[in-house]
Design a protein around this ligand. Structure first.
Ligand code: TYM
Length: 326
């Protein structure tokens, strides 16, 4: 039987190349390799944990689905659906809450970072990683394409699987992350911080025009050295651009650095802008096409939920029986 790949993305505004290189591209590559069964979802329930405008949410949900389809998620191969359309996600999360300690959640770095950046600590934000574990284990997912920032959340999903199996009998696999060549894309304006929706200035969006891409990469913070070199610790700016180039070209960062060893920063930035613009062009053209057909996108999402619901129901029934509910 093929290994099961699952992953999710939040509908919270425009997506950037960090989301693309960290997760989406990997999700598409795993799907296209033919070696896995994949299913992907839009985590609308997770997105409620951050401040949002209810009037904008439906557009964000359809928008992210359109982005995923444009980026190459093929609903014929991989069901694509909305998390809240499969009620079992939240139900399993509740059960997992009862086998997760406060201490395990208090250690979550992403939670601490969000609080430190001024976000109101609602209970959902604290519980976010438990719902994520439920998303994965509901389908007995084995491989999870995600960015580096989700590593700790995946460890928790493994811990939850292990505790459940130990207490109630072997039920869940221990899922592992699948990380890309660019698992942590940094901000273009502040390369010590990760590219993030909360810092729009440092983001390169999937929808940016070739002109914008050239401007943003041209103005990206690098360093005062003359020669291009890959050293993420000491030279985060130029190394980030090398990682971006590597992510889009499929080469290893070290070989990109070698390829451009004699180029000026300016020439390398031009080559990087051209590559990114060329790769995003196809996605943007397909986005236009899907964007004109909202009904079709909704149909795909409904069909996706209908396809996975029986798997979710079967797992939840098994879990309820094992934990002693009738
Ligand atoms: P979200 O929407 O915040 O992020 C979506 C994906 O983008 C990756 N990512 C990055 N990768 C590299 N560099 C960056 N700068 C960067 N910024 C974001 C994230 O790692 C993520 O893979 N918690 C998940 C959503 C989720 C989920 C799941 C994922 C909920 N349930 C179950 C997998 C399985 C998240 O961070 O979404």
């Amino acid at each position: 039987m093929k290994s099961l790949v699952v992953s999710g993305i939040q509908p919270s505004g425009t997506i950037h190349i960090g989301n693309y290189l960290g997760m989406i591209k990997q999700a598409v590559d795993l799907q296209d390799s033919g070696g896995y069964s994949c299913l992907y979802f839009i985590v609308d329930l997770h997105s409620l944990t951050s401040k949002y405008d209810p009037k904008k949410k439906p557009g964000d949900i359809i928008g992210i689905a359109t982005d995923l389809l444009a980026a190459g998620i093929d609903p014929e191969k991989s069901p694509l659906f909305i998390q809240s359309h499969v009620l079992e996600h939240a139900n399993l999360a509740w059960i997992f809450n009862t086998i997760t300690s406060m201490g395990q959640l208090e250690r979550m770095v992403e939670y601490k970072e969000k609080i430190a950046s001024g976000q109101t600590p609602n209970a959902g934000l604290f519980d976010y990683p438990v719902l994520m574990a439920a998303d994965i284990l509901l389908y007995k997912g084995q491989k999870v394409p995600v960015g580096e920032d989700q590593r700790q959340h995946l460890e928790l999903a493994r811990d939850i699987a292990r505790s459940f199996n130990k207490r109630f009998g072997e039920t869940f696999p221990e899922p592992g992350g699948v990380y890309t060549k660019a698992p942590r894309v940094m901000s273009l304006t502040d390369p010590d911080k990760k590219m993030s929706k909360s810092m729009p200035a440092g983001c390169l969006y999937l929808s940016d025009s070739p002109k914008k891409i050239k401007q943003k990469i041209g103005a990206a913070v690098t360093d005062s050295q003359k020669k291009i070199g890959y050293d993420p610790e000491n030279r985060p700016g130029i190394s980030n651009l090398i990682n971006i180039y590597a992510g889009f070209s499929g080469s290893a960062p070290e070989s990109v650095a070698k390829q451009f060893a004699d180029a000026s920063y300016k020439d390398f930035k031009t080559a990087a802008s051209d590559l990114v613009a060329e790769k995003l062009k196809g996605i943007q053209e397909r986005r236009e096409k899907f964007g004109r057909n909202k009904k079709e996108v909704i149909r795909i999402l409904e069909e996706g939920a209908n396809a996975v619901r029986p798997i979710a129901q079967k797992t939840l029934a098994e879990v309820k029986e094992k934990i002693g509910l009738i």
